[in-house]
Design a protein. Sequence first.
Length: 414
Amino acid sequence: TLSALPVIPLDEAYALTAAYNADSHPEKVLLGAGVYRDENLKPWVLPSVKKVRKSEILHETVVDHEYLPIAGAPGFLKLAQQLIFGPILDDTSRSHAITSVQSISGTGANHLAALFLGHYLRPAHVFISNPTWMNHHVIWELAAPSVVRKTYPYYNPATRSMDLDAFLAELETSAVANDVVILHACAHNPTGFDPTHEQWDKIAEVIRRKGLFPIFDTAYQGFASGDLDEDAWAIRHFYKTLFEEPTTSPSPGMIVCQSFSKNFGLYGERVGALHLALPPGSSLAGAESQFARLIRGEVSTCPRFGCRVVETVLSDPALREIWQADLKTMAARIRAVRQALRSELVKLGTKGDWSHIETQIGMFSYTGLSEAQVKRLNEVHHVYMMASGRISLAGLNEKNVGYVARAIHEVVEN
Ligand code: PMP
């Protein structure tokens, strides 16, 4: 019966926030959820977004509260697509087959991708990074239960670095044509280690040769490096490798799941898009009609407010410039706290090499702290972080970084 359902644990990031809120210790620190905080550790409404909210532009476009089309707001989707594919779309000598639909942010895009591919590509396996954003597993389990979930090795704890050889070897031995491979476009969550351009090229080569279907999950474009094009490099490189180089085994396609939560600070507004790319010249009509059916059956249409904000910023050169400065502000603050944490640990002489804290990219650092150390950090020092040792750097500032470093020092030396 429903009353006998087992109680399962709350998602770890949400559970950490709840435990932190209930803690009355004056020096408590929250390094859990992946949400940006300003230097006072407060939510940050991006100045570009603030400007749109105050301006007449937005109010003039909010003339009514009608539904969006099922596929989403056409103006928003065009700009979202442009942000991902950039100069590829300018090459009009090719008949690109790319279609875009709106989604309930990045999570909704991942869900729609699993639903669509589970129904119509029917891969034997989906390969998920080990470790990854844990929702990838939940989403595929719920939306495409017939697809066998496999993990690919990505991170080597012994060397605290990426393990590209093991990753490629896993695809070589276990993946079969049409299998789906989920990739983090930039700022890998949770490790903060991204492949170099050369490494991306090797991954693209295996995926193309074996006829696999990549999904790029992109939740940090512009936030990772501060540069929108650099953070989309891997996606554009894959597009060219899969579809533009001569090949005897054409790739079945690729999907990009795009979130605007972090790079616009619009977390709760749920703004996102899914982009499907098929080999140039392919017909998209069937896929588009199936997406419309899936979206209709799930959410009917997406919310309007957030995508209106994004569309307004991206279509106005002056606002876009402010937004790009906002991205640089966020990326620079994260880099500064990385540096501060590392230098505090070095100053304390804490055992071990902490250089990875600075070389990792994006919102998170995979610290390498053990589960027992994380537990002690929490119980003794009131520092809240994931059991895996992942910290969100947005929870650090000038005032608390010394405290956190001393706490880490104590648990490492103990
Ligand atoms: N993918 C990854 C890798 C993420 O880190 C996140 C945000 N934590 C998302 C997708 C999606 O978040 P949202 O649904 O808010 O866009």
